[in-house]
Design a protein around this ligand. Structure first.
Ligand SMILES: C[S@@+](CC[C@H](N)C(=O)[O-])C[C@H]1O[C@@H](n2cnc3c(N)ncnc32)[C@H](O)[C@@H]1O
Length: 183
């Protein structure tokens, strides 16, 4: 059902940027670089109906926090159905993450996990999202982003200290995963 809600939102709303939620294979590639034994704070951009959110919560420590930023109000109901005290949902753009973390005294995240459709987000907003994410991340930690084309890879390489690229072929469509480290 959630999958069809996702498809409906894609048809109604360009900002969704995908026809179908991420596959379990893509989700596996997205969460594999995370050291869950250490991570106390993870933030997620663009959770949609929450399939990556659930996978993160399954692996996270009981004393950790997950803060998600989603602009589409129609996905709020699905996200609020995830009953987990570690999860906080903000119906606001990823561009505001640094501000929200500061306002709520949440400290620096260990990981930023993003499925934002960067290819359809204006350039200056992408710059703000990437530079803001680099600035808030703890040293030695990473932003993990999937994309359907390599068009934004150069921007990640300029912004971050080291970028690894993984491939998730079993997904609609096949996706690239960038693991972008702050040294
Ligand atoms: C490709 S979908 C990914 C959904 C889900 N995480 C998945 O992997 O199946 C991208 C999501 O990013 C959200 N989004 C787009 N621009 C955003 C922004 N500036 N801030 C927060 N969320 C945004 C869309 O509404 C959509 O839910």
């Amino acid at each position: 059902m959630k999958h069809f809600q996702f498809l409906g939102q894609f048809l109604d709303n360009k900002q969704v940027g995908a026809v179908w939620p991420s596959s379990k294979y893509l989700i596996h590639q997205m969460i594999k670089p995370i050291d869950f034994s250490q991570a106390k704070l993870i933030i997620e951009y663009g959770p949609g109906t929450g399939n990556i959110t659930r996978a993160l919560l399954k692996k996270m420590r009981p004393d950790s926090k997950l803060i998600v930023f989603e602009i589409n109000t129609n996905f709020m109901e699905a996200l609020h159905k995830i009953e987990d005290k570690r999860l906080t949902i903000f119906n606001c753009p990823a561009e505001k993450a640094a501000l929200v973390l500061a306002e709520h005294h949440l400290g620096a995240p260990d990981y930023v996990v993003s499925s934002l459709p960067l290819a359809i987000i204006p350039n200056n907003t992408v710059t703000r999202i990437l530079s803001g994410s680099y600035a808030i991340l703890k040293t030695g930690k990473a932003m993990i982003q999937f994309q359907y084309s390599p068009s934004t890879l150069g921007r990640f390489k300029r912004m971050f200290d080291r970028v690894e690229v993984k491939f998730a072929p079993i997904n609609v469509p096949p996706a690239l995963v960038y693991v972008c480290w702050k040294k």
